[in-house]
Design a protein around this ligand. Structure first.
Ligand SMILES: Cc1cc2nc3c(=O)[nH]c(=O)nc-3n(C[C@H](O)[C@H](O)[C@H](O)COP(=O)(O)OP(=O)(O)OC[C@H]3O[C@@H](n4cnc5c(N)ncnc54)[C@H](O)[C@@H]3O)c2cc1C
Length: 443
């Protein structure tokens, strides 16, 4: 049995930022199913939203709600927007280098659904810039241990209180983790369940499956975002390559088979996706075209070098020809239901980032709100965990020895003998749950 104070599952931006905001005198164990750099946080291209100044509050709030079809939790949206400047200033303090104008001011870009430029970016690799700086900070912390290629395969709970986790280590052995304070699920989205997705394949909604299995409440599980523009390929591929929405924000246009525009490219993602699908059906094609030649060449070169290079490797020169694009699964708005401090409905268990649902996004996420939402609510989880540790509940009941005994008593190695069956069962649990939510909503 591994013993720790706080157990964080996932080393994407939400897990890392949570760890950075926890007290230094707490032992923190972090695990990641793959290596530390294989998280969707590294893939984010477009950027991260921020409240530029007070005059943009109403417009930013309205854009978020409009994209979410007004099903958003308004208090969550308010918290996210109000905390955005604090989070950005933390990131800059950690060394994150956002793009600046020639006057040295922060530069802003725009994406679909935004009525103004309010997105900070670092070329087209904002996620990598943010996450590698967060990781570097965490690697400096002596109180944090990270185990790579180590997967959470279950939690250990009794009477709706979480006491530990069951993990599969890199060498295939199974172990348990007992924690003194709390556990945080920061295990990302569900793209690995889909044939075409922009997500890493190993992100298969394990946290959601575990929540279903143990009766932890879920929310909006059927709200799944399809990104309108990923580079089309007729060959099977590991992960669909995203053509960031800020490419359209900077002026790229979508064209049908006759090279004619067919929609307003700056509408929210679900609307553009629907327009592309309709056009593909009408044209009898497997993709539409995206033309970047409408953007000044120097902007494409400076803002989207990664996209230019990737397209080149796939045989497309964005400066001389349009590229074929097709919608693919991209983001998960639903998740484990959490309150405004990211607490789940099970004691001692928190969920942050894409695995969690605090209702910020409603039916559909506004572009570049997810890195921000992940960070804002990961910090709140850390503060709540800390407040509980020094507050009235500082000495948790039952005591530490009894808690470890509970983990020992509830852990049954026979339950984890056939791991490929368990993996398949988990996948099916999540897919069934999506169908169940759809059915209940009458879709
Ligand atoms: C291509 C792409 C582009 C994007 N662009 C943007 C953008 O421009 N702006 C924006 O705001 N958002 C963007 N997003 C969304 C954003 O990147 C994610 O929503 C966000 O990074 C999620 O962070 P996270 O910490 O919740 O999860 P992730 O960063 O995905 O991390 C999940 C972690 O959990 C681990 N894990 C999963 N299951 C287990 C398990 N069973 N056991 C142990 N570890 C596990 C993984 O290994 C990983 O470390 C983009 C996403 C993609 C895919």
């Amino acid at each position: 049995m591994i013993e720790t104070d706080i157990f964080i599952v996932g080393t994407g931006c939400s897990g890392l930022y949570c760890a950075l905001n926890l007290p230094r005198d707490k032992q923190i164990l972090m695990i990641t199913k793959s290596d530390v750099r294989s998280s969707d946080s590294y893939l984010a291209q477009g950027g991260i939203c921020v409240l530029k100044d007070e005059s943009d509050y109403d417009s930013y709030f309205e854009d978020t709600l409009k994209a979410g079809h007004y099903e958003n939790n308004k208090e969550s949206v308010d918290i996210m927007i109000r905390t955005s400047q604090e989070v950005i200033s933390d990131l800059i303090g950690y060394g994150v280098d956002f793009e600046h104008t020639i006057d040295g001011e922060l530069a802003y870009t725009r994406e679909g659904g935004h009525s103004d430029k309010r997105i900070l970016f670092h070329e087209d690799e904002t996620g990598e810039e943010i996450t590698h700086n967060l990781l570097n900070q965490v690697l400096e912390l002596p109180n944090v241990t990270i185990l790579e290629r180590t997967a959470l395969i279950d939690i250990i709970e009794e009477n709706n209180t979480c006491y530990g986790g069951v993990i599969k280590r890199e060498d295939g052995t199974i172990d348990t983790v007992a924690f003194r304070d709390d556990m945080v699920l920061a295990c990302g989205g569900i793209g690995g369940l889909y044939k075409h997705s922009t997500n890493f394949r190993h992100l298969t909604g394990d946290g959601i499956a575990i929540a279903v299995k143990h009766g932890i409440e879920r929310q909006d599980i059927d709200y799944i975002q399809i990104h309108p523009t990923t580079l089309y390929s007729d060959k099977p591929q590991d992960r669909s390559f995203l053509i960031s929405e800020s490419v359209r924000g900077e002026g790229a246009v979508l064209l049908d088979k006759n090279m004619e525009r067919f929609t307003d490219e700056l509408q929210p993602r679900d609307v553009v996706t629907a327009a592309i699908r309709k056009q593909m059906k009408a044209d009898g094609t497997e993709f539409v075209w995206e033309d970047l030649r409408t953007i000044p060449k120097e902007v494409v070169e400076s803002h989207f070098p990664n996209i230019v290079e990737h397209c080149k490797q796939r045989g497309f020169d964005v400066f001389t020809e349009p590229i074929p694009v097709v919608p693919a699964q991209h983001y998960f708005m639903g998740g484990i239901k959490v309150d405004h401090n990211s607490a789940t409905t099970m004691s001692n268990l928190y969920a942050v980032g894409e695995t969690a649902c605090n209702g910020v996004h409603g039916v559909n996420r506004l572009a570049s709100n997810s890195l921000l939402e992940s960070l804002v609510f990961a910090k709140r989880a850390a503060h709540k965990i800390n407040a509980d540790a020094v507050g009235l509940n500082a000495v948790p009941e039952p005591n530490w020895e009894e808690r470890k005994a509970i983990v020992d008593r509830l852990y049954n190695p026979d339950d984890y003998k056939d791991l490929s069956k368990l993996e398949n069962d988990y996948r099916q649990l999540v897919l069934d749950e999506i169908d169940k939510f759809k059915e209940e909503r009458g879709k």
